[in-house]
Design a protein around this ligand. Structure first.
Ligand SMILES: [Zn+2]
Length: 654
């Protein structure tokens, strides 16, 4: 998702001698306000410089926590980042029949689960996640809710395990334990249960009512928590801020709603000829086979109300394989624009993209184009991997949140914000969904990619966009107490620490690695990571190792400096002598060097050095600017360099 916390950070910029207010608005986009002008004192750089090493960092090992070492010893993980020969993960087949009442907002249903224990352990209990318990009274959560949205949580009943009636287990927050028949390695367990809860009307945390006739229903079914090789059961509660960790499962879901409501969901709608009119189905066929944009449900259809099969209620049947979640959205008054494109030239496989939206939200008329260009950019340019799913549906909701094949996005006034939001959320398809990231612990392993994804793809959609999401806040907070190492578990971060470490900081790490390696080696590393780990649960060392092995370059010195260590982001121009400029790294964090050299004769030269210039642990680098011409001015920095002290970034000749 993109961050929704309203947050005002004041920074003092000694460079320009101004107080800058950086405002993270509710849609997660930044704006800057110059509030007042005053002079500030310099930092004591000598003290801060002593924080970082001068020894060469090349070939250094990365820290291996003892629980990860234990997984390596057991052969499920490897030191080089590939899945171990004994790697395993559990999974399940879910058959869910759910009914949603738009008037009472009651979500109720029954599910049957066939759970597969691929672990070497015998399981004697099951841990369920009841995510809607975020709204249950008395439950711990990271945000306030309106009193009318606080509920009794999820009711679970009629639990059968292997056909035997089983008591509902103890519920703590979003976790429910259930005693189960001993399930040995390789065995399957059959579970069925009834569930119900009332969907929130307001207090929209990723799910809930959008308007009187539109609803986004996510996290609605009780699901078995991940049991993995590192932590066993995932006992991290869902508190509303940290995101999710789910196993890859197959879903057969039947959604029953009143007859005037349409349903969109994860996976394939396998009975669309039973629920949509013949005309609608022809338009879907056209959208799925051609490159043009088709309006599947237009304003005339909405007025006539003849696009859905007439009945008191309809049951919409979806199937999805090997996905980490299933969500659905319903509306009785939304337009639907759709298109498709070839995402895999080898197989000619196509992905359908949809925008489903309230006709009054003007930005959404273009969202299908933004979505199409995002899927195209992802498939062919970055990360240059064929889009893995059959469709991507952007639903006009009240949040900024990703799901497998679905996105819940709020309307926005500014076109560039709508572009950046659309491509950010769709980019999540790769991380955390195609790659089964544990977002709860390692938010940077998915949000960092969505951030660099929007930086790179937004200008492909509109060349005038310079997307610098998160760069300013990091420059403002770099090196302060709240600026923790990226590798800090997301479960141990809140507020701005969580935001910095999940979004811009890791995105810069990926961006600098791409610059250092060059696209050819970078994509070799990234594609090895994707090829080895898609459909699995990679952890940080799996990523770093895969990049090293795939690219053929050991970047541990950089991973360690950027993702594990402290320090701050500050380069400066120390001196200019004899056609050379000396750049000093005051904060210790490896940053690229971008120089704009303006000569007295009016010519301009741009010089770029990747973060590789800091590999030896040096604190200075000498860059020849040459040509013997008189230099008028030298400026240091670039869009994606979050320099925290800009006053020493400009040199002016005498
Ligand atoms: Zn995100």
């Amino acid at each position: 998702m993109t961050v929704l916390i309203p947050l005002v950070i004041k920074i003092v910029s000694p460079v320009v001698g101004m107080e800058l207010g950086i405002i993270l608005s509710v849609d997660g986009k930044m704006s800057f306000q110059v509030k007042s002008v005053f002079m500030a004192s310099r930092f004591n750089f000598l003290v801060l410089c002593s924080l970082w090493f001068s020894a060469s960092m090349a070939q250094v090992p990365l820290p291996v926590p003892v629980n990860i070492r234990a997984a390596m010893d057991k052969g499920t993980r490897t030191a080089s980042g590939q899945p171990g020969t004994r790697y395993w993960q559990n999974g399940a087949d879910y058959s869910i029949q759910v009914r949603f009442d738009p008037v009472t907002r009651l979500v109720s249903g029954r599910e049957t689960i066939v759970y597969i224990n691929n672990s070497p352990d015998t399981l004697r209990q099951l841990l369920f996640k009841l995510y809607p318990n975020l709204y249950k009274k008395g439950v711990m959560r990271m945000m306030s809710l309106k009193p009318e949205d606080v509920t009794d949580g999820v009711t679970v009943s009629n639990v059968l395990i292997e056909g035997t009636a089983t008591p509902v287990g103890s519920v703590r927050g979003t976790d429910m334990g259930v005693r189960a028949a001993a399930t040995g390695p390789g065995q399957r367990l059959h579970v069925s249960l009834d569930f119900s809860y009332t969907l929130n009307k307001t207090s929209h945390v990723r799910t809930g009512q959008v308007d009187s006739g539109s609803f986004f229903v996510a996290y609605f079914f009780p699901r078995i928590a991940v049991y993995d090789d590192v932590d066993g059961w995932n006992r991290n509660p869902y508190l509303g801020s940290q995101e999710f960790y789910n196993d890859f499962c197959n879903f057969n879901v039947e959604v029953t709603v009143p007859g005037d409501y349409a349903v969109w969901g994860t996976g394939d709608l396998v009975n669309r000829h039973e629920v949509f009119s013949a005309v609608c189905n022809q338009r879907i066929d056209a959208a799925e086979s051609g490159d043009g944009v088709v309006t599947v449900i237009d304003s005339v259809d909405l007025a006539r109300r003849d696009y859905i099969h007439h009945a008191d209620s309809n049951t919409w049947k979806f199937q999805a394989r090997d996905v980490t979640d299933f969500v659905f959205a319903v509306s009785n008054h939304y337009l639907w624009k759709s298109s498709s494109l070839v995402v895999d030239p080898m197989t000619r496989r196509r992905t359908r993209v949809d925008a489903v939206f309230n006709p009054v939200h003007k930005d959404f008329y273009e969202v299908v184009d933004f979505a199409r260009k995002t899927v195209e950019g992802m498939s062919y340019k970055f990360p240059a991997w064929p889009y893995p799913y059959a469709h991507e549906t952007v639903f006009d909701g009240l949040d900024q949140m990703e799901y497998p094949m679905m996105v819940n996005d709020n309307p926005l006034d500014r076109r560039e914000d709508a572009i950046e939001l659309t491509d950010h959320e769709i980019f999540h398809t790769m991380f955390p969904f195609y790659m089964g990231i544990n977002e709860t612990k390692y938010a940077w392993m998915d949000e960092g990619w969505a951030s660099i994804g929007e930086w790179i793809i937004s200008p492909m959609i509109d060349t005038s966009i310079v997307d610098e999401y998160g760069v300013g806040p990091y420059a403002a907070s770099s090196g302060k107490e709240i600026d923790q190492p990226i590798i800090t578990l997301s479960t141990h971060e809140v507020g701005e620490s969580y935001f910095l470490n999940s979004y811009a900081k890791p995105a810069m790490g990926y961006y600098y690695a791409k610059d250092l390696l060059g696209d050819s080696l970078f994509f070799k590393g990234l594609h090895k990571y994707i090829a080895d780990w898609h459909g699995k649960h990679p952890i940080p060392l799996d990523f770093f190792g895969s990049m090293n092995v795939g690219s053929g370059r050991n970047l541990n010195w950089f991973w360690k400096k950027w993702f594990y260590e402290d320090g701050y982001t500050d380069l400066g121009i120390k001196e200019v002598r004899g056609g050379q400029v000396v750049i000093i790294n005051k904060g210790g964090k490896p940053l690229p060097v971008d120089l704009k050299v303006e000569f007295a004769d009016g010519t301009v030269k741009k010089i770029h050095r990747s973060v590789g210039v800091w590999e030896k642990g040096n604190t200075e680098v000498v860059v020849p600017v040459g040509s013997g011409k008189a230099i008028k001015k030298i400026s240091l920095g670039s869009t994606y360099t979050p320099d925290s002290f800009m006053k020493d970034n400009v040199w002016v000749g005498k």
